[in-house]
Design a protein around this ligand. Structure first.
Ligand code: FE
Length: 339
């Protein structure tokens, strides 16, 4: 009898190993353009809470979108996660995402931070605003994005390259507000006011302002936060433009990082549940605070460091416009000589 049970046990092992994974296995697969350091703690927390395993692949958004396209119906990916509404819009445009009808997502994420067709949802907010040198800019000198085109800023402005999607999205939203002609005049003004050639990234632009090479720049605030954590004595400060305007031009330009369920998701229900969880109160802090971004869910308290930069009124243009008008923005910046 003992021998028999031993024999059965031995026989059972290979049988179990040979079993294909069942369709009911609780897992969800994410393609993420956000790095592992940011998403792993989040997914680990989700697994602890729900027992659902989150498998993920990280890469840049371009290669991930190409992969989703190439894999088509056979893709293992259930959720696509990336930064910038321009990129999310592109993914939807290429048919890589599917609409999600979720009461929780609609309740948690404000309308201007999600796709009007429900194919993607903002999960964190990034504010693209003015950072200036406290020793070189007098209070009251700064007012709006548009004012940075005024000749009084001649030789005082630094900008990141127009090749980055962040600036393409910013200019796209300005086209939505002002139309192409007026936006081109503003961008031409910025270019005339440049102290030096555009920088490859936001941090380099900030360092130039800190060094006194120029007086002000436009960046996402988390770059300011990162730099100030490393060098707290830099003479830099955040300014929130366009706060007193009453029109639709009012408010700081914001963008999102966000996600959408893939067109060919095999675990659709699990993907929607993960997306809903990411928009919930507890996950929002885990997600936004790690990179000093703002929670997309307006009920969630900001990180203390982020709070210290002050509160501001957001521009309420739907961030999807950043995608729709992106091609126009790229051509406009080229015409205006913004490299
Ligand atoms: Fe960034």
């Amino acid at each position: 009898m003992k021998m028999l049970s031993k024999l059965l046990a031995v026989l059972a092992v290979p049988t179990l190993l040979a079993m294909p994974p069942t369709a009911s296995a609780a897992e969800v697969v994410v393609y993420s353009a956000r790095n592992e350091q940011l998403i792993k703690p989040l997914f680990d927390a989700y697994t602890r809470e729900t027992g659902v395993e989150v498998k993920f692949v990280t890469d840049k958004e371009g290669p991930l979108m190409a992969r989703l396209k190439a894999e088509g119906k056979n893709t293992p990916a259930d959720l696509f996660l990336t930064v910038d509404a321009g990129n999310l819009w592109q993914a939807a445009q290429e048919g890589l995402l599917r609409p999600v009808n979720s009461t929780a997502l609609k309740a948690n994420i404000p309308a201007h931070l999600r796709d009007p067709d429900n194919e993607w949802f903002g999960l964190s907010v990034r504010a693209r605003t003015v950072v200036f040198n406290r020793n070189r800019v007098k209070p009251g000198e700064l007012s709006t994005y548009e004012d940075l085109a005024d000749p009084k800023w001649k030789g005082r402005l630094c900008l990141r390259t127009s090749k980055k999607v962040y600036n393409q999205s910013l200019v796209a939203m300005m086209i939505w507000e002002h139309g192409e002609d007026q936006t081109e005049q503003i961008v031409r003004g910025w270019v005339r006011n440049l102290a030096t050639d555009p920088f490859p990234d936001d941090t380099k632009a900030l360092e130039a302002v800190a060094a006194g090479l120029c007086d002000a720049t436009l960046v996402n605030t988390y770059y300011f936060g990162r730099l100030m954590e490393k060098k707290p004595n830099l003479p830099l400060a955040v300014f929130w433009p366009n706060q007193s305007l009453k029109s639709r031009d009012a408010g700081v330009h914001v963008n999102v990082s966000g996600a959408g369920v893939t067109r060919h998701a095999k675990h659709e229900k699990e993907a929607v549940r993960l997306l809903e969880w990411l928009s919930s109160d507890k996950a929002q802090n885990l997600y936004a605070d790690e990179n000093m971004e703002y929670p997309a869910n307006p009920r969630v308290k900001w990180d203390a460091r982020v709070t210290s930069w002050g509160s501001f009124k957001q521009n309420l243009i739907n961030v999807a416009e950043a995608g729709k008008l992106q091609a126009k923005a790229v051509m406009l910046m080229d015409r205006a000589g913004y490299r």
